[in-house]
Design a protein around this ligand. Structure first.
Ligand code: SF4
Ligand code: SF4
Length: 62
């Protein structure tokens, strides 16, 4: 299962990744982006590619 990992120290809370994710995985909470529905992540990488801060990476887990 893919899931996004957000580096909270790098995140500027711009919300671009929230808009980029068509699966509704990401939300802004407490001034950072959070993966609130990571079970819905398809691994499309749109969030990672759109993040201007380079704050998102994806990992694969079983
Ligand atoms: S990889 Fe795709 S589906 Fe997963 S959180 Fe990022 S934008 Fe959403
Ligand atoms: S696109 Fe990057 S900097 Fe902007 S809210 Fe998402 S993780 Fe944070």
């Amino acid at each position: 299962m893919p899931r996004p990992i957000i580096n909270e120290d790098e995140c500027s809370a711009c919300g671009i990744c929230v808009d980029a994710c068509e699966s509704g995985v990401l939300e802004l909470a407490s001034e950072v982006a959070k993966a609130v529905h990571e079970e819905n992540c398809t691994g499309c990488a749109a969030c990672m590619e759109e993040c201007p801060m380079g704050a998102i990476e994806e990992i694969e887990e079983d």
